[in-house]
Design a protein around this ligand. Structure first.
Ligand code: IFM
Length: 440
């Protein structure tokens, strides 16, 4: 440390959340159910048997939460819209009361001079669309484009950026590949077809949003990693190459090259997706920015049992290896492989078993984690990668999907009994770090 003290003056610093993880208000003011509301009804799906009915009660506490965001000295707030809040069944009538919530949220952000970075889809498909086949049904891509158009038409001049999807890899592979996430399907062929429909929906939404001619920057957010062979063996190296093709290139190639990576297609064999004429033209729209979410690398071992990552810097409470140099390596590799637009690190952070003690939360592990990743980010920028911003995941402790509330990613601690928010030491460190940035 500490190269991270030298960032461009116009670099965007932010914090991030998503709708289902913090809003609550599960059926407030006409909101329809989403696949995550349904998924949580089966307590076996969520480790602590919780759900998102109340979450951080952000639906009712958004004013205080925006004040909290403002107190952190950030430039921007990344959040997602709950599709079923503004269009309860995912098709047909819009719910004005639902749009009203985001209208008020945007007003609060504007009043505090905080830029809004909106994500349209962070995994909470309206249950009405799931009843019609969900993302396995190609028509969902068209419904998504309609939704995107309406949001861009209403809000496109009030937000700095709109991302179509957050981490479609997760929607496809955890939602349809291994049933860890909603809608809870475990079928490799379906997962691959779903990934194609998600990409198609992204492309169609880009076109429908462009038609509104709004001022927002438009793009997509992908979770990415490098895939490192555990050893130099041929088997491990082949595994790593395939893993990279099936995860990173599977989403990047269609967007930037208008095709799927050959290696992954061959590996998918009979499970390769049905692609219609014109799909790649629809998907390969120019994007204004690419959001990259980085948490860990993929460590590929063909041995039985597989070798585990060394974790020289330790592991987070999720069991994820702390590996900041992977962020540098990933960005430099992407930069070499693709004609990239400006990049935002749209998520980076760690889960830690934090607790309040004497009104404070000591989380030195998180401060070190962020510092190391900022150094890694700076190293990539010095090698020519055009990175314009960094969003810490997450503002608040929140509903960590199938882990429930047991995993705490926030820089602000949430007491779920009282909804009291307490700045962790990492929030205070981030606030002071950003204040120092301003004074440069
Ligand atoms: O909480 C999630 C977020 O919703 C998507 N990216 C990863 C985070 C941590 O698991």
């Amino acid at each position: 440390m500490n190269q991270s003290n030298h960032y461009p003056a116009d670099f965007t610093w932010g914090v991030a959340t998503s709708a289902f993880q913090i809003e609550g208000g599960a059926s407030a003011d006409g909101k329809g159910p989403s696949i995550w509301d349904t998924f949580c009804l089966n307590p076996n799906n969520i480790k602590d048997k919780s759900d998102g009915t109340v979450a951080c009660d952000h639906y009712n506490r958004y004013r205080e939460d925006v004040s909290l965001i403002s107190s952190l000295n950030v430039d921007a707030y990344r959040f997602s819209m709950a599709w079923a809040r503004v269009q309860p069944s995912g098709k047909g009538a819009w719910n004005e009361a639902g749009f009203g919530f985001y209208d008020r949220l945007l007003d609060q952000l504007a009043a505090k001079d905080i830029k809004a970075h909106l994500t349209l889809y962070h995994w909470d498909l309206p249950q009405g669309l799931q009843d019609d086949g969900g993302w396995l049904n190609r028509d969902s891509a068209h419904r998504f484009a309609d939704y995107a158009h309406e949001v861009a038409r209403r809000f496109g001049n009030r937000v700095a950026a709109i991302a179509t999807h957050n981490e479609p890899w997760c929607s496809a592979n955890l939602g349809y590949g291994n049933a860890q996430f909603a809608p809870g399907v475990a079928d490799a062929k379906q997962a691959i077809q779903v990934s194609h429909h998600l990409l198609l929906s992204h492309g169609l939404a880009m076109t429908s949003m462009r038609a509104t001619a709004s001022s927002a920057q438009l793009g997509i957010v992908l979770n990415q990693w490098t895939a490192d062979p555990a050893t130099d063996s041929e088997a491990d190296r082949a595994m790593a190459e395939l893993e990279y093709a099936r995860s990173v290139q599977w989403f990047m190639d269609p967007i930037f090259k208008g095709r799927y990576p050959e290696l992954a297609l061959r590996a998918h064999g009979q499970n390769a997706p049905v692609v219609h004429d014109g799909d790649f033209t629809a998907i390969a729209q120019p994007i204004d920015f690419l959001g990259v979410n980085y948490y860990f690398r993929s460590f590929c071992s063909a041995e039985t049992p597989p070798r585990t990552p060394p974790g020289k810097l330790g592991f987070t409470d999720m069991g994820w290896e702390i590996y900041p140099q992977g962020l540098t390596e990933l960005l430099v590799k992407l930069h070499a492989e693709y004609m990239l637009p400006p990049i935002y690190i749209t998520e980076n952070g760690m889960a830690n078993p934090d607790a309040v003690s004497g009104g404070k939360v000591a989380d030195p592990e998180r401060i070190a984690y962020v510092q190391m990743h900022l150094d890694a980010l700076k190293a990539a920028m010095e090698q020519g990668v055009d990175v314009r911003g960094y969003f810490l995941w997450s503002l608040l402790d929140n509903f960590e999907w199938n882990s429930g509330y047991a995993k705490r990613f926030g820089i602000v601690h949430v007491d779920y009994e009282t909804q009291e928010r307490t700045l962790k030491d990492s929030a205070i460190w981030y606030r002071d770090f950003l204040s120092a940035q301003r004074q440069r």
